[in-house]
Design a protein around this ligand. Structure first.
Ligand code: ZN
Length: 230
């Protein structure tokens, strides 16, 4: 049984085939969406699945062109426990929308501030420090840093905040990714595919590299999920 805590199955050619197969194998998938309208469209297709979820997202790369979707975020936020993909992206292609990204993220975080029943998956490229500061400012308790590629020194701060990391096969293939993987404490590691955007998404290969079992990842996941209970 694999656990995929960050997957964009709604962007696949045939999402229903993909999630049906996963469900029949007993795999767990937390689906991301890039915009609230995508969540609204996809939600009905996921009802009835035991191990497949869909999250309400607002991708930072779309912040500049999708401001009108924030109101829809507000109207849907109380219908799900899963939030993602949200975050910040200050890489060169998106750094000109920094201000609007921060403003949008503040809006989103204010809606889920202090909510222990939400699980949040975040995108943090080139904005890891700023993102962590905002998550702490808004007291967001249950966070997974997806495909972390920031500094090694910040990992300690993210761990101290009680947060987790979802890691993928692509990270096992770069020197920086491997350094990050060897720094994250094993009990804070979760697995992800980031499919279909990620070419190297095999979860079993990731586990083999980490020398971790599916069971260990499941235990980590349970620890996080248990925090969400009343
Ligand atoms: Zn993603």
């Amino acid at each position: 049984m694999t656990i995929d805590t960050h997957c964009h199955y709604d962007m696949m050619e045939n999402p229903t085939d993909y999630i049906s197969k996963a469900e029949s194998q007993g795999d767990i998938i937390i689906g991301m969406t890039n915009l609230p309208s995508h969540y609204r469209m996809g939600k009905a297709h996921v009802v009835g699945y035991k191990h497949i979820r869909l999250s309400l997202g607002f991708h930072p790369q779309l912040a500049a062109t999708s401001q009108h979707e924030l109101l829809m975020f507000d109207s849907l936020v109380n219908f799900t426990s899963y939030i993602g993909e949200i975050g910040l992206d200050f890489s060169s292609a998106y750094s000109n929308s920094k201000d609007i990204q921060i403003k949008s993220l503040r809006h989103i975080l204010s809606k889920i501030s202090g909510d222990t029943h939400k699980l949040v998956s975040v995108h943090s490229r080139k904005a890891e420090k700023e993102l962590l500061a905002l998550l702490l400012e808004y007291r967001i308790p249950n966070v997974i840093f997806h495909w972390y590629s920031g500094s090694i020194s910040l990992i300690t701060n993210i761990v101290s905040a009680g947060y987790y990391f979802s890691v993928n096969e692509a990270m096992t293939k770069s020197a920086n990714g491997r350094k990050i993987l060897s720094t994250i404490p094993k009990e804070r590691i979760l697995t992800e595919s980031d499919a279909p955007y990620n070419k190297h998404y095999n979860i079993r290969n990731t586990l083999e590299y980490l020398n971790m079992s599916e069971k260990e990842i499941y235990q980590n996941f349970r620890c996080l999920i248990n925090r969400m209970k009343y």
